[in-house]
Design a protein around this ligand. Structure first.
Ligand SMILES: Cc1ncc(COP(=O)(O)O)c(C=O)c1O
Length: 389
């Protein structure tokens, strides 16, 4: 079931998209093809490269299975599979921007995306400008004749502002700029960027698609207009991924729907409970009615995932560290989307626009698949430690 079946339920599509078992003796999973060389039957077909697979870097039945499954979810013309979520950001940017181009980046972007733009893209002569995540249709005023790409990420990394993607896409398209979106938080299950006017949808498949904190991978999906250039850029850069990792992500995708439902339910229950706890100033979760962007989230998204942030009531780094050090179930570790709960201190020192003010330090929580009551008890330990100072 590739690139069709969109009328079926999401879990049905997750279970059956990508490979066709009949292509490989009826086995339900695709083969894990370890490949560099692909043989050609004769010199003429070799010269013309006139066969489906030509070399290991350009795609295999394993990468195709994942790419087609992601296309079925995104509604995209094509998907490339790359070695990390960060590569899923850098490869399309390198492919589409040139020296002298202007890039508009949301200020609340994932920090390594910002670092890539501020170092490598600037060195290559790209003009980088940051904009407010709440800019909406106001992006039109920032677009210049040389604006090539408007890069979005919604909700924001760590602070979870929701962007008005349809309004931004409309203004960008009218000006001939390409819109890219890091959609890792929602996954294509809860937000479909291409349906809202985005040209290129980016995912750190490391998170919910992989789901078990043991694989690093990224996917980039393009609409018809951008697909050819994206695929050429991918082949030019040689950024293919190892087949075992690709297989692991396809395996993870099969259960992503049921895992996400659990993450969603637990995260919302904990976020709502946290709003009433002593020592908490605010909870930054866009699916809470108290969130300033709740109406926008409700209009465009059809679900919420498992990470959000909590703002402590006053204090600074000492309180933040006391909270983190008191946790027994939540691990202190980067990344998210796995089965286990994690907590990280939030640093907003790189921001130019979307930096608060907030009443106290921020902590980002990734709510895993553990039992909610156990996680609440752990968070209570953190809050008590922070307020005891
Ligand atoms: C929003 C977002 N995009 C991209 C990435 C990068 O993913 P990876 O860790 O696979 O490089 C992350 C990682 O935390 C992320 O949070």
């Amino acid at each position: 079931m590739a690139k069709d079946g969109s009328e079926m339920g999401i879990n049905t599509r997750l279970a059956h998209s990508g490979n066709n078992p009949r292509d490989y003796f009826g086995f339900v999973n695709p083969p894990v093809v370890h490949a560099s060389t692909v043989l050609y039957p004769d010199a003429a077909s070799m010269a013309a490269r006139s066969q489906k697979y030509t070399y290991g870097t350009r795609g295999t039945p394993t990468t195709d299975a994942l790419a087609l499954a992601v296309d079925a979810l995104e509604g995209s013309a094509g998907t490339i599979v790359v070695p990390s979520g960060l590569a899923a950001v850098t490869i399309p940017l390198l492919t589409f921007v040139s020296a002298g181009d202007h890039l508009l980046l949301v200020d609340s972007v994932y920090h390594p995306t910002r670092n890539f733009a501020d170092t490598m893209l600037k060195r290559l002569g790209v003009e980088v400008e940051y904009y407010d995540p709440h800019v909406g249709a106001g992006i039109a005023a920032l677009i210049k004749p040389n604006t090539k790409v408007v890069f979005t990420e919604s909700p924001a990394s760590n602070t979870f502002e929701v962007q008005d993607i349809p309004a931004i896409a409309k203004a960008a398209r009218a000006a001939g700029a390409i819109v890219m979106m890091d959609n890792t938080w929602a996954t294509p299950l809860y937000f479909k960027p291409l349906d809202h006017g985005v040209d290129i949808s980016i995912h750190a498949a490391t998170k919910y698609p992989a789901g078990h904190s043991d694989v690093v991978l990224g996917t980039v999906s393009a609409n018809e207009a951008c697909w050819k250039q994206l695929y050429e850029g991918f082949c030019t850069l040689g950024c293919c991924s190892g087949p075992d990792d690709v297989y692991q992500v396809l395996r993870g995708l099969r259960t992503m729907g049921v895992r996400l439902e659990h993450h969603q339910k637990s995260a919302l229950a904990i976020a709502a409970w946290l709003e009433g706890q002593p020592g908490v100033a605010r909870v930054l979760h866009p699916a809470l009615p108290s969130h300033p962007d709740y109406a926008l989230w409700k209009r465009d998204f059809c679900g919420s995932s498992g990470i959000f942030s909590v703002v402590l009531e006053g204090g600074g780094q000492r309180q933040q560290h006391a909270f983190l050090d008191a946790l027994k179930i939540f691990g202190l570790g980067y990344s998210w989307g796995g089965y286990e709960s994690l907590a990280v201190p939030v640093f907003l020192g790189d921001r130019k626009i979307a930096k608060g003010p907030y009443d106290g330090p921020l902590i980002r929580l990734q709510i895993g698949l553990e039992d909610v009551e156990d996680l609440k008890a752990d968070i209570m330990r953190g809050l008590e430690a922070a307020t005891a100072i």
